[in-house]
Design a protein. Structure first.
Length: 389
């Protein structure tokens, strides 16, 4: 078996259950491991500590097992069954049939994301090791009792690193023919195109925040910025909003937003295609409530400062477009921008806009996107509900 031998004392984070081994902790390797290989991680004396996937880079091992055995179908089936048990109590399946089954480090399976859309599992590998394991992963998913999976779709082209991209082909691993599925979330209907849509097709991490939004929208005028396929917009309509407009740069996303509104019997849903960062601040219209859910402005720590400037500028513009006493739901999904950073950008935005701002809710990702307490980096979604005067 190929091995990673750690420097003296460098096993301490692993013994505290952190799932990553950094290159600086490695004393030497045995067996010439390559990207994606399953390796044994050993302390400086050669004692086995854990098994994981090797990857050349700053993170050299992602730990997936406490066993010396190479993971097989039964290993993955046990892991997915345990993950499903943790999720089953979170939802009434009569009202919600879309959720995250595996959330990487949050389920002690770093490098693996599995989202469930009704009876389709959409898998994203974020490491060469998980990419190499997709056949066993798919086989295991087909055998778990809950949820009952009829098709597994691989969508790793945008997530698998480096040279592994050439070994990846997005598409169905088994079952399925259509790249879309109709799901239910809190009783509302959405059509999800997991082949062409962003991430795995739908932003499941905003489920609880969308539900909260619906409690604020009765008789309100609502603007949903970076609306994508209209998730927040549909919840606003269901909450009794007077008017809802979805604004996004993508024409196809806006077309889907209209269709999702119609699926829920809302047949009048205006949309606007716009470069929001460039043009929204020029608008003269004001709203009772604005949702601000932009894409990640910083995917790397080196982009943090520029991202904070962008969040400040964007939210400053938005604060000038909400009525006095109005509400803003604002978010950051940039992992490189932490909660304090995001709060600081909102503080700066309020000063720039000359507005009095109160925080009435602090938001994060839902329970199926659980954060491993030994890996706080997994808490990527930050949100604030603001009252602006």
């Amino acid at each position: 078996m190929k091995k990673i031998i750690l420097k003296p004392g460098k096993e301490k984070p692993l013994l505290r259950h952190h799932p990553w081994i950094f290159s600086g902790a490695v004393k030497y390797t045995e067996g010439n491991p390559g990207d994606g290989d399953f390796v044994h991680v050993c302390d400086s004396s050669g004692r086995f500590l854990a098994g994981g996937h090797f990857q050349n880079g700053s993170i050299v091992v992602r730990v997936v097992s406490e066993s010396e055995n190479i993971p097989d179908k039964n290993f993955w089936k046990d892991k997915f069954t345990a993950a499903a048990v943790r999720r089953k109590s979170l939802f009434d399946c009569n009202f919600t049939n879309a959720f995250r089954l595996v959330h990487g480090e949050g389920d002690y399976l770093p490098g693996l994301i599995i989202d469930i859309y009704k009876d389709v599992a959409v898998v994203q590998a974020h490491s060469a090791g998980m990419l190499n394991s997709l056949d066993e992963i798919a086989a295991a998913l087909s055998e778990i009792e809950f949820p009952k999976i009829k098709a597994v779709y691989n969508k790793s082209s945008q997530t698998v690193p480096g040279r592994s991209k050439q070994d990846n082909n997005d598409g169905f691993i088994f079952g399925g023919s259509e790249p879309s599925v109709l799901i239910k979330e809190n009783g509302l209907l959405f059509n999800v195109n997991f082949a062409e849509g962003q991430k795995t097709g739908f932003f499941l991490d905003q489920r609880d925040n969308r539900k909260l939004l619906g409690t604020f929208t009765k008789d309100k005028t609502v603007c949903n910025l970076f609306s994508y396929t209209g998730g927040f917009s549909v919840y606003a309509m269901a909450g009794g909003a007077k008017d809802v407009i979805s604004i996004d740069a993508s024409k196809s996303a806006l077309e889907m937003a209209v269709k999702n509104a119609e699926l829920n019997s809302f047949h009048s849903h205006p949309t606007l295609q716009m470069d929001i960062l460039k043009d929204f601040g020029k608008s003269e219209k004001v709203y009772d409530l604005i949702i601000v859910d932009p894409p990640a402005f910083a995917k790397q720590l080196s982009q943090r400062n520029q991202a904070m400037k962008a969040y400040t500028r964007l939210n400053s513009d938005v604060m000038t477009k909400v009525k006095s006493g109005g509400i803003i739901f604002t978010f950051s999904c940039s992992q490189a921008v932490n909660s304090d950073d995001f709060l600081s950008s909102i503080y700066s935005a309020s000063l720039n806009a000359g507005k009095k701002v109160r925080i009435i809710h602090r938001l994060t990702q839902p329970a199926d996107h659980a954060v491993n307490i030994f890996h706080p980096e997994g808490e990527y979604l930050k949100g604030l509900v603001l009252m602006v005067e």
